[in-house]
Design a protein around this ligand. Structure first.
Ligand SMILES: Cc1ncc(COP(=O)(O)O)c(C=O)c1O
Length: 450
């Protein structure tokens, strides 16, 4: 490893960072993380903090999960790679598929299609949804519906169903036939409705209206996150996702649950769909499936959809989609070990308890600081603060002020993520009560510094 002077001098010089302006990365070089243990990360200057970002919503079991590391090392020794394209498979991925089938049985999901990450999983689900309708003789069902504020990764399909202009405008034109409905976001919405139950009904009515306008028989699927994450942690009312499921079923539209961040315990339930009592037709997973230690994902497929593909005699169900790294044996071995640890530690229970503690602590901060316009959470370890310069007018905060909060909080012991006017928290699910206090105290110091 080069010395720290070299690394600091060359930071951002020869690489472009995702989700950043290259000039900004040069002017404000990123924090160089050089080590991690448990729920803590250490930077190049030896400063250690609680990672309230959890890597990037993925390191659910922390940075020291020995069984996953051992499984990866052993698999690298045994079989570091082989393809799962037609004609070959590997032992690890066969075993994983059976485990995932067991794990997702309560969600009605019985087959897996493997990917290299979240965006791949979204792309896969969108494509298979179109193909399903073609197999069923309804090839005109090609459109996709989704929520404004939703985040579905950055492939062209995912970007097209994304509900945030930041991930769309520079890359337009996007996929034709993608339409968006208002999100159940109580703090800001076109209905000026702050009651979550009423807002859920208004958004469902908007969905019905859009389906009628487009024509139900032109729509392939509706994609949504059970709790919107990257868009600023927006938990819908409990009636919302069941309502979406009912509408989709009635109109023959497939429901894709994008659970890239909610699968495997983050909401306090084993999956976000289960959290709301909904069985989707496809579920996109990635991130915590390997605890972030290996790039890997799985699209889980409902039994009825699987039957349509498997019983096809025309050839229409031949899958012309897949990745070199679909079913990667090292990823599969990592996922097997990760799933076993996730279940052994029963992480949803701790996610729920620590999530409530964090949410309540954030609400107490909002009583203290007017700059906090909205506090969102209450469903496991995913929380956000939306900052405003004027509470009554809900004026979004400027970049510099929120940057100061983040910087002071970091100095005071916690890494938090900033996205637009939101401070987002998605810490590892093995967080302790003391760790939560450290995050809250660091944020308190961040706000007090303004
Ligand atoms: C809900 C959701 N879908 C898809 C993605 C894209 O995943 P990836 O960045 O692994 O491609 C993300 C990433 O944060 C996500 O939160």
């Amino acid at each position: 490893m080069k010395d720290s002077n070299f690394l600091k001098e060359h930071n951002a010089r020869s690489m472009w960072h995702p989700m950043a302006h290259p000039a900004d990365s040069l002017a404000n070089p990123p924090t160089i993380v050089t080590g991690a243990q448990g729920v803590r990360i250490t930077d190049i200057d030896g400063h250690e903090v609680v990672d309230a970002v959890g890597g990037l919503w993925n390191v659910n079991l922390g940075f020291s999960c020995a069984p996953i590391k051992a499984a990866i090392a052993a698999q690298l020794d045994r079989l570091p790679y082989y393809s799962t394209f037609r004609g070959t498979s590997n032992d690890a991925v066969i075993e994983l598929s059976e485990e995932l089938r067991r794990f997702f049985a309560p969600d009605g999901l019985t087959r897996a299609f493997y990917t290299s990450g979240g965006s791949d999983s979204v792309e896969t689900a969108l494509r298979l949804a179109r193909q399903y309708h073609k197999i069923k003789g309804q090839g005109q069902r090609t459109k996709f519906l989704s929520l404004k504020k939703g985040y579905h990764g950055t492939h062209f399909g995912g970007a097209s169903v994304n509900g945030n202009a930041n991930f769309r405008t520079a890359y337009e034109p996007l996929l034709a036939g993608c339409h968006h409905i208002p999100a159940p976001y109580t703090y800001r919405n076109p209905f000026n409705e702050s009651d979550p139950a009423k807002l859920a009904q208004l958004c469902l009515a908007a969905l019905e209206d859009e389906i009628a306008f487009q024509g139900a028989n032109t729509i392939a699927a509706f994609i949504m996150e059970p709790v919107l994450g990257a868009g600023g942690v927006i938990p819908p009312h409990e009636t919302f996702m069941p309502g979406v499921r009912e509408i989709c079923t009635r109109h023959g539209i497939l429901l894709i649950a994008d659970e890239v961040i909610t699968a495997f315990g983050r909401t306090g339930s084993w999956s976000g769909s289960r959290h709301w009592g909904v069985q989707p037709d496809f579920m996109c997973t990635a991130k915590a499936i390997t605890n972030g230690y290996f790039p890997f994902g799985a699209v889980m497929i409902a039994e009825e959809v699987a039957q349509a593909f498997e019983s096809d005699k025309t050839g229409a169900a031949a899958i012309g989609h897949g990745y070199t790294y679909s079913g990667h044996p090292v990823g599969a071995a990592a996922a097997l070990a990760c799933l076993a640890e996730t279940e052994r530690l029963n992480v949803p229970e701790n996610a729920a308890a620590r999530g409530t503690q964090l949410f309540q602590g954030l609400q107490a901060l909002a009583d203290k600081y007017d700059i906090i316009g909205d506090v969102r959470g209450g469903h496991g370890l995913m929380c956000a603060l939306e900052l405003v310069s004027d509470r009554a007018k809900k004026t979004p905060i400027d970049k510099k002020t929120i940057g100061t909060v983040q910087e002071v909080a970091y100095r005071a012991g916690a890494m938090v993520r900033v996205s637009g006017p939101n401070v987002i928290m998605s810490p590892p699910l093995i967080l302790t009560a003391e760790d939560v206090q450290i995050i809250l105290s660091a944020l308190d110091q961040g706000f007090a510094a303004l």
